[in-house]
Every structure is written in structure tokens, then in C-alpha cells.
Design a protein around this ligand. Structure first.
Ligand code: SF4
Length: 379
């Protein structure tokens, strides 16, 4: 039985634009639309801004086609559509840190065609984070972003301000990891939907408020009794996924999502920045060291073993790939990652996501997969 423990995260998720408008009114700060989880949010927070990650709305739209191709990934098209439709009209700025070419195009169109954008910043982070020069190069880029924000606001972004922001963001990462720990248990007291809501809202709610809410939830969790059998334990793998209705459906048919490797989940918050006296270095190193997105995972595929160890640590019995249609980086990884998981005893299912996802047909696929897993006597 569910209780109201995660209701604040649900409300924030559903009313995220209202929250940002309200935040702006009560603080007088700027709100910045951020694209990609490689955005060094610490700099924006130190500049008293609210970073708000651009997410889609999963509604049919017909506004992005004149600007980007229909064969660009649905997440890019949905993100651009949200800007063109004025849903982020409270954001003064928009920023992207280099990830994939499709998202860069969405960012380019956003900054040119969303009329409320007053400033934009592109942070050219190296994709080859394994190069011995990557951290030094990114150190330079973080420094340039810092200077840009200082010029924009007319205020010095002191080391003290940056260290303060680093502490707040690190605390958020730590609390989310604590919350995710509960998912390791048998019949976990945190569902996949609840974990998704907590992880996603961290990407657009003021981190101090988010931390306070996480602490409240963590204090109540030891006494929680969901009385909910876990069924088959799933892992989800892919890029962005905030389709709560899909996740809820998966968990309604005899399974629990216990862990993920997605940028809407663990990849966003898994590693902390190591404070070392130089906040710019701590920020630059943290983003180079984080669990890699496929766009930043070569020549070695570090994420294959990382994904497998997550699956093992959280006792996932099977994995579901949630593939954004036309997403080349994730499609490129898929065959080898599938092989890697299956040869290590984790069966997989592949589903292709679009802007809107057909819950009915997907339910049949998930149920059939569960059936196969049980018939194969795996569980
Ligand atoms: S990595 Fe894939 S899903 Fe993410 S923006 Fe690029 S193409 Fe789209």
C-alpha cells in the first residue's frame, strides 16, 4: 500500500513550471534552462540562479519540425518543442554542455527561436574524458563559464561561494544515494517510480529545499511498510526517461524497478565532487569522472562494467533498455552492452521510446517478458 511519503516530489514534478515561477518571485534570482546533466550546476547555484533541466512533456507537438529533423531523437524534439511553446518562458538563460550532436542542434534552435531567451552559454566539454588532457581542458572551460557568469551578473563568483554551492550539491548527491540504498533490500521500501520522482526533481528544484525534503523522507523510511511484493527486480538502462506513467505501468504488473543507468537517474548524481581547495578543479574533475554517458565513453567502454555492477549490487534479475528512437550514442552501445549483461546472467528487453509512448502495447511486451522469465524458471 502506498502512503503520502513521496507526495512532495510528485507535486514538484507535476507543477515544476509553477515552482520555478514562484521561486523567481520569492528570491528575485534568475532561472536557467539547462540541457544535459553534464551542466556544471554548481556555478549557476553559486551565482544565486536556479538551474532547471529541460524535460519533455510527452504530448504530440508540431512545432519543432521547421527547426530540427524528424529523425532527431524524441527527447531533443520534445525539449525544443517545450521551449517553442513557451513552457519555459520564465528562464532568462539557456545553457548546454557538449553531449551529443542532436542535442547541440536542439540547443542551437532553442537559443535562436525561443523569444524569451536573454542569454545563452555553450560549454564545450571534451567528449574524450579518458584523454590525459581532458581534466585540464575542462578546468579551463569551467573557469571560462565562471568568468561569463561574473560578467553577466556583475558579481564576483568567489571561491567561498563556489565551495558553498559544491557542499549543497554534494549533499544532494549523498542523500539521493542514501535513498537509493533502500532499493537493495528484498521487497524494497522505495519503488522505482518514487526513486525516479526524487532523482528527477533534484534537477529543477532548489537544492536546499530538495535536501530538506530528502532528509524528511529518509527519517521516515525505516518505519515504512509498503506491504508490496517486489515481483521480478528490473534495472532500466538508457538516456533520458521521465515517463512516470510508463514506469508505474511496469511496476503494476508484477515487478519493481530497483536501479537504473540513465541520465534522469543515477548518472546525474552518482559521484560527488572531491573538495580539494580549488573549487573549479573539483567541479571539472567531478564531471569528467562521473558515470559516463555513451557520448563520453571511448576508447574504453567503462560503462559496461559499471552497469553490470549496479545490476549485481541491486540484485536486478533482468534489464529493460529504454531506447530513445534515433539516439545514435545509445544505439551504438546497445549490442555490446546487451551481450555483456546477458553473458553475465542478466536477461534483457529492448523498448523504443518516442515523444508519446503507447502504454497498452508496452504493457503487453513487459508482461510477455515477465512470463518468459518465469517460464524459463529463472525466478
Ligand atoms: S544522447 Fe541520445 S537521447 Fe540523449 S539527446 Fe543525444 S540523441 Fe537524444
Amino acid at each position: 500500500m502506498s502512503d503520502q511519503l513521496f507526495d512532495q516530489f510528485k507535486t514538484w514534478y507535476e507543477k515544476r513550471h509553477d515552482y520555478a515561477r514562484d521561486w523567481k518571485q520569492r528570491t528575485g534570482g534568475q532561472v536557467v534552462a539547462t540541457m544535459c546533466t553534464y551542466t556544471p550546476e554548481e556555478l549557476l547555484i553559486a551565482a544565486d540562479m536556479l538551474p532547471v533541466r529541460v524535460l519533455g512533456a510527452h504530448e504530440p507537438q508540431n512545432v519543432s519540425e521547421p527547426h530540427i529533423f524528424g529523425m532527431f531523437c524524441p527527447f531533443c524534439r520534445d525539449s525544443l518543442a517545450q521551449g517553442l511553446l513557451g513552457r519555459f518562458d520564465y528562464c532568462e538563460g539557456v545553457t548546454l554542455t557538449q553531449s551529443c550532436i542532436q542535442y547541440r542542434q536542439a540547443f542551437g534552435s532553442w537559443r535562436m527561436h525561443v523569444p524569451t531567451v536573454q542569454w545563452d552559454y555553450y560549454c564545450p566539454m571534451p567528449n574524450d574524458v579518458q584523454s590525459p588532457h581532458a581534466k585540464k581542458a575542462h578546468y579551463g572551460e569551467i573557469g571560462r563559464f565562471r568568468e561569463f557568469l561574473e560578467q553577466l551578473t556583475g558579481k564576483k563568483l568567489t571561491d567561498e561561494k563556489l565551495n558553498e554551492a559544491l557542499e549543497v550539491v554534494n549533499e544532494n548527491r549523498r542523500l539521493l544515494r542514501e535513498l537509493f540504498e533502500y532499493r537493495k533490500a528484498t521487497d524494497p521500501q522505495v519503488t522505482g517510480v518514487e526513486a525516479l520522482l526524487a532523482g528527477l526533481t533534484a534537477q529543477f528544484i532548489d537544492k536546499r529545499e530538495h535536501n530538506a525534503e530528502l532528509k524528511k523522507v529518509l527519517a521516515a523510511l525505516p518505519k515504512r511498510n509498503l506491504d508490496r511484493p517486489e515481483g521480478i527486480r528490473f534495472m532500466t538502462i538508457g538516456s533520458e526517461n521521465d515517463d512516470v506513467a510508463f514506469m508505474a505501468m511496469v511496476e503494476s504488473v508484477g515487478s519493481t524497478i530497483v536501479i537504473d543507468d540513465q541520465c534522469s537517474g543515477t548518472r546525474y548524481f552518482w559521484n560527488e565532487a572531491k573538495l580539494n581547495g580549488d573549487p573549479v578543479k573539483a567541479i571539472a574533475d567531478r564531471y569528467c569522472d562521473r558515470p559516463a554517458c555513451p557520448t563520453k565513453d571511448y576508447p574504453d567502454h567503462t560503462r559496461f562494467d559499471h552497469v553490470l555492477s549496479l545490476a549485481k549490487d541491486y540484485k536486478a534479475q533482468a534489464a529493460v533498455f529504454l531506447q530513445q528512437k534515433f539516439c545514435d550514442p545509445h544505439e551504438g552501445d546497445y549490442p555490446d552492452l546487451k551481450r555483456h549483461l546477458e553473458s553475465n546472467g542478466i536477461p534483457t528487453l529492448f523498448l523504443e521510446f518516442d515523444i508519446t509512448n503507447p502504454i497498452g502495447p508496452f504493457r503487453i511486451r513487459i508482461e510477455a517478458f515477465l512470463e518468459t522469465l518465469r517460464e524459463d524458471d529463472l525466478f
